[in-house]
Design a protein around this ligand. Sequence first.
Ligand code: AMP
Length: 219
Amino acid sequence: MIIQHDITIALTKGRILKETLPLLASAGIEPQEDPDASRKLIVKSTVPRVSLVILRGSDVATYVRNGAADLGVAGKDVLLEAGGAEIYEALDLKIAPCKLMTAGPNESGGKCASTRRVRVATKFVNVARAHYAARGLHADLIKLYGSMELAPLMGLADEIVDIVDTGKTLAENGMAPRELIADISSRLIVNKASMRTRHRSVRAIVEALADAVTAKSSC
Ligand code: AMP
């Protein structure tokens, strides 16, 4: 791959990173150092001029939105919550699939749908506001940064809006999923200005990753 510009790709740490690295490798882009072992925040890749930074998902969106990173990998949940017009969603990488759902305690299933007001704990406040408004419910939103499942147990909220994968976390806390808000997977995003000013380089990376996704899904 020939890259003519300095390009930075922001990756989401954690489980998304674990699934992103093999895709990047199949596109010919590998970190020169093990990101788990290295304390460096910016890691050079095996492709000259391409660097990788590893961040929290919402920070990936912020870096790409502001053009500090040219490309990024982030969950669709993050993009729904904090995307923006400056971000172009180039590719569904089809990794880290899960669902964004409402959920609540088993014993009060359906209760909230009949009252017109519901207390909702979530880190996805924008998505939750739109979801409940579309259903004609008034949601009192409580922003949390982790362990959303605790909020109904502690009487802080009636429902939560959160990521559900196997559903085990909910079940273990006496809760069940209720409504599907969106199917989620990780996306390759591009800063729109980078897309214009570094077009050839950005396109080469997007195409290499698109081929890697196709190759993986035909296995
Ligand atoms: P589970 O118990 O398998 O339903 O997993 C639910 C928990 O894992 C949630 O609290 C999420 O924060 C996290 N989680 C599961 N899948 C993903 C994913 N693809 N991306 C980000 N977080 C996830």
